[in-house]
Every structure is written in C-alpha cells, then in structure tokens.
Design a binder for this molecule. Structure first.
Ligand SMILES: [Cu+2]
Length: 475
C-alpha cells in the first residue's frame, strides 16, 4: 500500500492528524523501489545567456508538463521549464536590459517570480502577475544588483508549494565586473557547479507525491529521497583543484545541514545577494529553504579520491564527488572578495515588527493575520533605513523572505554576536529558530509604486501557502 493511502485510510492516523502528535517524521517513506546503490551523472541545467534583440537580452522559456527519468524503471510526470525537470540557468549581467519571456503551456495558471531579483513590483512575478494557460508573461527590466546567485519559481497564491514540488525552479546568475576580475572557479558545470538541492516523496509508480497531511503542513513536508539538480544518487567527476558550488536549498520546507563526508573545511564566498567580504571557513553549512550559498572546496590534493556532499541531519548524500583528473587551470580564491556598505541599527528611523504565529495547520499568520491579496500590510518609504524585527513565536523553525530587498542581519535574539560570519553578506532570506527573533536592516532603494505590492513571507512553502505572508508597497 502506498504511504499516502495508508495515511488517508487509517482511523488511528486520522486521530493523529487531528491531534498533531504520534509518529515521528522519520517513519514516513516513499513507496517507490529502485536501486539506490547506482549513481547517475549529475544533471547540469542548460546555461542560457539570452538572445540579443534590439539591445535587449531575451530569454524565451516554456513552462510545461514533462516526463523525467528519476528512476530507470519509471517515467515521472513533472512540471519543467524547457527541459524535463527544473529549469535552465539564466546568466544576466548587471546593467543590461533583459526580457525573460515565460510561456505557460500548463493546463493551469502559475506565476514565475525572480527570487532575489531587485526589480519593480510589477516585474516581480509574484502572486499578482498570474500567467494564464497559453499566455506569455515577460519580466522586463534593467539588471540592477551585485553579482549573486538567485533563482526563479512559481508564486501563485496557495499553489506555490505544489508547483515547485512538481519541478518548477531554476537559477539566475547575476555577474558584474567585480566578480569577473576575481580568481574564482568560473567554468559552468566544470569547476563552477550549480546545485539545486531538494527532497521528494515518490509513490509506488515512481510519481512525485505531493499530498501533505495537516501535520506535514504544520511541521513541513520533508521527503525521504534526496535530489541534486533532479538527479538521485548523483555523481560528478571533477579536476583536482578548487571547486565552486553554487547551492540553492530548493526544498519546500527542509533545513539542510550540509557537509562533506570527511568533515573537511570549505569556504563560503557568497550569501543570497552578494559576495562575503572575505571567505568564511566552515565545516557545516545550514541552509533553509530558498537560501543560497556559494562555497569553494579545495580538492587540489585529492586526485583519485572520492567524497560525498551530504545532509548531516538525515545522513542522506546529495552528491558523490570523484576527483578524476589533474588540472591545467588552478585557481586561488582571494582573501578579500568585496566591500559591502552597511547601514546599522543606529541609522534606522523606524522599526517594523513582524510576529510569526499559527492558529492551526491551515492558518499561518504574520502579525495575527493571514495573507490577503487585497490588503497592503505595510507601506515603506523610499530610501528610509528601517529595522524589520521578526519574531518567531512558535516552538518550531521558520524563515523570512523579503522581496526586492537585500538586507543585513543585524541581530539574532538581541545580540549582534549571534549573527554568524557567513550570514554577513546581503541576504533576502533569514533563518529563524524556534522562539528566536532577528533584527534586519532594510532599505528600499528603488521602484516606487503605491498600487503594486511586493511580498514578505516564510519561505517554508507549506507555511507560505497556508497564509504566513504579507504585502508591502514602496512609496
Ligand atoms: Cu514557516
């Protein structure tokens, strides 16, 4: 019997769903059977640099149903952009005009949000920019931000979690002169490797199983099969040199604790929206949903060896790394990467408070209210330095994402010293532990529009869809 059928048919389980207690999360499992000892080559999403037409770089993308080979024995139904799962990586350059054209060939409405992109609200692709079936919506703007690894995914009210789970997510790289001049690994898919990390449940027929129970909406929908770029048990062959991974936590609600199997240290060089000022040495990297990190691991002395990149919390491997050849192109990452200007708490002229709470599994709230498309919750003046103080009132973890803004995390639980070194770049998502609070320095620097709102929300997608979201305008 399939896992989901069991959950739905069992009277005992029905009681458990209502009371929210009972089995631990680890007892659920996918029903699919497959050879989990066999490694498959890591899928590298196609890199698109755009087609220039009349001075504008065009990216023509089709959102569609597809079939993807997660397993040898099954064709899995997916949603995808252009390919069979996930989406091409879009490479944008700061200062250029782009038109990202999304044609929706699904049988349902969706949207496509540029997460981390600093763009006008009407080009944000969030809940208000619906793309009906068989129509095209274009995100057109001048790229206006630092080099960073961003991403795109659906953001339709109440359907974001399901659409992402079906496979709709892709990376957006922004590059600029500063990052091009640095001695970093930068050959796409070779020593500069994108990693979209996810977990999924699959049914007995190898199909993606998105059917969260009320408890899973509350606690998060944590799949038991771990996937990198749509590949289960992925491997990659690399040269004995510094290797850069641009990592996106693309999970709906899982927080990953990433490490290498031998516990070796590596360097984080970038956060969501910028380089760090200097590389930060780590052995473990916590990444909550929608957060990105760029890391560099030095494999110069590891020729003919193998290691794994894994989630330490569950013990699941995301990627087997085979160091198979010597390199002709060594790099040496600089000790100084960039300079970041920062406003401080003392510069702030206003504090806005955001309280995360829930009134049961289907009713998540910010400041006591659930997301309402017709309500603008906050009106934010242009160029005003503000503190956004976000308090998690619950005994479970959340995170908090602000559209259009690249913020600084100033304090966690009242102390600047609780902000980790690798959180000190510009961010658009912040992890918030159970009953914790954070103070963010926020300044909206462009794109006033009193009628078209942006969103802020928990990026655990089940929580977002259940109402833990609000809207703001920049005026
Ligand atoms: Cu949440």
């Amino acid at each position: 019997m399939q896992r989901r059928d069991f959950l739905k048919l069992s009277a005992v389980t029905a009681t458990w769903l209502l009371t929210g207690c009972g089995m631990g999360g680890g007892t659920n499992s996918s029903a699919v059977s497959f050879d989990n000892t066999k490694n498959k080559k890591l899928m590298i999403p196609t890199l698109l640099e755009g087609e220039e037409r009349a001075g504008v770089k065009h990216f023509d993308l089709t959102i569609k149903e597809s079939l993807h080979k997660f397993f040898d024995a099954y064709e899995t139904k997916t949603y995808a952009v252009n390919g069979t799962y996930l989406a091409p990586t879009l490479k944008l350059n700061n200062g250029e005009d782009v038109s990202i054209n999304y044609t929706n060939k699904l049988n349902e409405t969706t949207t496509m949000h540029g997460h981390g992109m600093h763009v006008p609200a009407i080009m944000d692709g969030a809940a208000h920019q619906a793309i009906a079936p068989n129509t095209t919506w274009s995100a057109q703007y001048k790229v206006n931000q630092r080099a960073s690894t961003n991403w795109y995914h659906p953001h339709l009210m109440g359907k974001t979690a399901e659409h992402v789970y079906q496979g709709l997510a892709g990376l957006i790289y922004v590059e600029d002169d500063e990052i091009r001049a640095l001695d970093l690994p930068k050959t796409y898919g070779v020593d500069d490797i994108p990693l979209v990390l996810q977990d999924r449940f699959f049914d007995a027929n190898g199909q993606i199983d998105y059917s969260p129970s009320r408890r899973e909406i509350m606690r998060g929908y944590h799949g038991d099969i771990f996937i990198a770029n749509g590949t289960i048990n992925a491997y990659v062959d690399v040269q004995a040199k510094e290797i850069r991974f641009r990592i996106l936590n693309g999970a709906n609600s899982s927080v990953y604790n990433l490490q290498f199997s031998d516990g070796r240290s590596f360097k984080q060089i970038a956060t969501d929206n910028s380089l760090l000022e200097a590389p930060v040495s780590l052995t473990n990297l916590r990444l909550s949903p929608a957060e990105r990190a760029e890391i560099v691991v030095d494999l110069s002395n590891d020729l003919n060896s193998t290691l794994y990149f894994k989630d330490a919390t569950t013990g699941n491997d995301f990627l087997k790394i085979n160091v198979t050849s010597a390199t002709q192109n060594p790099t040496s990452i600089p000790s100084k990467l960039t300079t970041l200007t920062r406003d401080s708490l003392g510069d702030a002229v206003k504090t806005r408070k955001f309280s995360l709470s829930a009134n049961g599994p289907g009713d998540f709230r910010i400041n006591g209210v659930s997301m309402n498309m017709g309500v603008v919750n906050e009106r934010v003046p242009l160029n005003q330095v503000e503190v956004w103080e976000v308090t998690n009132t619950m005994g479970m973890v959340h995170n908090f994402h602000i559209h259009a803004s690249h913020f600084i995390i100033a304090e966690r639980n009242g102390l600047a010293s609780n902000v980790a070194e690798n959180e000190k770049g510009y961010k658009d998502v912040v992890f918030i532990g159970a009953n914790d609070s954070v103070k963010l320095i926020v300044k909206m620097t462009d794109y006033t529009d009193s009628t078209k709102p942006y969103m802020y929300h928990c990026h655990f997608l089940e929580h977002e869809d259940a109402g833990m979201m609000g809207q703001f305008t920049v005026e």
